[in-house]
Ligand binder design. Structure first.
Ligand SMILES: Cc1cc2nc3c(=O)[nH]c(=O)nc-3n(C[C@H](O)[C@H](O)[C@H](O)COP(=O)(O)O)c2cc1C
Length: 220
């Protein structure tokens, strides 16, 4: 499996092995090659590791365990997803649980699995992608392209990665501990590290709908 696109997947549990600073920098240098509006490179990336990440992880788990409601997000979700997307999402959740060995009625295992999100999947590196508040959807698109580059760069350099909306559930903690100013909108977190290949959370393999379902060919 040499193709980067086949190799990348969402890793949901990492080993304790720290990532050398040089490897993190190599990944970030490659991600930086992402295209953007007039080469504006609008992403502002806060990379947390070591003691700082441990403080953040502890604060997130305390918030989760005390059932603190998520803060208002800088990235609102739709009120409802269109039915055909909701169906895809439901099928995807069911597949992930089934392949992770978690049964539908095992609430304890499901809660533990969700809590793993707030432990940042035990990742040794967490990158939070932000954007100046004055910018528009064009720049949010640039950050999305950057995020894709970052995850493929991680794969290229032997790391697993996790895009995680759950990781931005408590922006007030991110702002406090990572010193993210108010004028930086927090878009998404991407965790990185070495995949724990023996962990059941890493068993799932995702599938995609056929291209004909999402591509509207005209003239081909
Ligand atoms: C913006 C975004 C947010 C995501 N948030 C989460 C999350 O909070 N928790 C999680 O386990 N996976 C999360 N994912 C991962 C998706 O579930 C995953 O990409 C999808 O199921 C396809 O699987 P694959 O990445 O292994 O191909 C997120 C992905 C994206 C792009």
């Amino acid at each position: 499996m040499s193709n980067l696109f086949d190799k990348r997947k969402t890793v949901r549990r990492y080993t304790d092995e720290p990532v050398p600073k040089e490897v993190i920098l190599d990944v970030l240098r490659d991600a930086q090659k992402a295209p953007s509006w007039a080469n504006s490179q609008p992403w502002e990336v806060y990379v947390a590791t070591g003691e700082t990440l441990e403080r953040l992880r502890k604060a997130y788990l305390e918030a989760y365990d005390s059932q603190q409601a998520p803060d208002d997000s800088d990235m609102p979700k739709p009120k409802a997803w269109p039915d055909y997307l909701q169906e895809r999402m439901n099928a995807s959740y069911a597949r992930v649980f089934e392949q992770s060995g978690i049964s539908r009625d095992d609430e304890k295992a499901r809660a533990e699995n969700w809590r793993n999100n707030f432990a940042f999947f035990n990742a040794p590196v967490a990158a939070f992608l932000c954007l100046d508040r004055s910018l528009t959807e064009w720049s949010t698109l640039d950050v999305g392209i950057y995020a894709g580059n970052l995850m493929l760069a991680a794969t290229q350099h032997g790391l697993g990665s996790t895009p995680a909306a759950s990781s931005v559930s408590y922006p007030h903690l991110l702002r406090e501990i990572l010193e993210i100013p108010e004028h930086h909108r927090i878009i998404v977190g991407i965790m990185m590290g070495y995949e724990d290949k023996n962990h059941p959370y890493n068993r799932p393999s995702s599938i995609r709908v056929p291209v004909e379902e999402t591509i509207h060919f005209r003239g081909l």
